[in-house]
Design a protein around this ligand. Structure first.
Ligand code: SAM
Length: 286
């Protein structure tokens, strides 16, 4: 039993995980070794073979997990459970029975990650979660409108009713459509360098993510893009500020002992070093 949360019924969502007391942002909620995993691209046969190799106590644990078709039996049940509960873990897809009990929200309050160094999945709180509150992960990428998310989530057999899909869907959709455009602009190499004195796309993305309440990995990536952008503009002090923020988000989502955090630390070091050894421009020297 995990002292930070209980697993209990959540109306319309099957079982869910609820905090037992306030969970501060950045708290490690769960760290779990997969029960088994299969290499991607996977086949149904690979899943059933992996399942058949489990000891019977572990098979029973697996068979207790949620299945979309509660009447399914045999291999069909094994595949159904896998498709409803597995998480992407590097190049493999894994079943983690404890992590499998977390429900989805499009504005999650916790972040799921695969830590390749520990060979464990981790779940960290990305904001302070009050007591008796459901802990949600996001099963989907954030840069999608509610209609796009609805289509993807239908594969899991449910329609999300979180605020971004219901009460504030109209305003959220405008923000998310814009986020998708900005993200694409950033990925397709930033042509705005010579047009503006700042990494406009990354800065706007950060603003929108915060307005949307998304504090996880996507925000860390946006800070990284902002830092890279400021560096290209020769503004190393601002690049460093954003690299510090990237690191803060990374530690919150992945914990200290993570290759992602190591990469962020190395990036920040590089920014600081470049800043320290920067030759002042004529204006700065004057
Ligand atoms: C990985 S399981 C999550 C735990 C599951 N609720 C249980 O009872 O074990 C995924 C399934 O949970 C349900 N679920 C997850 N998030 C949901 C949500 N926001 N609304 C309704 N059902 C949800 C769906 O049935 C989905 O296929």
């Amino acid at each position: 039993m995990n002292p930070l949360y209980d697993v209990r019924p959540s109306p319309g969502q099957g079982l869910g995980c609820f905090s037992t007391a306030l969970i501060p942002a950045g708290t490690l909620i769960l760290s779990e070794t997969p029960l088994f995993n299969v290499r991607e691209p996977r086949t149904n046969l690979a899943v059933t073979i992996a399942f058949s190799k489990l000891p019977s106590s572990k098979q029973s644990l697996y068979l207790e997990l949620y299945a979309q078709d509660s009447a399914a039996t045999g291999d069909t049940q094994v595949i159904d459970i896998f498709n409803s509960n597995a998480w992407q873990t590097g190049s493999r897809t894994s079943i983690c029975p404890l992590a499998a009990r977390f429900n989805h929200a499009c504005v999650p309050n916790a972040s799921f990650a695969w830590n390749s160094r520990l060979c464990r999945i981790t779940v960290y709180a990305t904001i302070a979660i009050p007591g008796d509150t459901q802990i949600y992960l996001s099963y989907e990428r954030p840069y999608q409108t509610s209609a796009q998310r609805k289509e993807k989530l239908s594969a899991y057999g449910f329609a999300c009713s979180c605020s971004a899909c219901s009460s504030i869907a109209a305003v959220s959709d405008v923000r998310r459509a814009r986020m998708a455009k900005l993200d694409a602009r950033i990925r397709f190499q930033r042509r705005q360098l010579w047009r503006s004195p700042a990494p406009m796309a990354a800065l706007e993305l950060i603003k929108l993510l915060k307005a949307e309440g998304i504090e996880g990995e996507a925000l860390g990536l946006a800070y990284h893009d902002a830092a890279t952008g400021w560096r290209r503009h020769g503004r190393l002090e601002l690049a460093t500020v954003n690299a510090v923020k990237e690191l803060e988000v990374c530690v919150m989502c992945f914990g200290q002992n993570s290759p992602c955090v190591d990469a962020s630390i190395a990036f920040l070091r590089e920014m600081k070093l470049q800043f320290a050894t920067k030759v002042p421009s004529h204006d700065e020297a004057a």
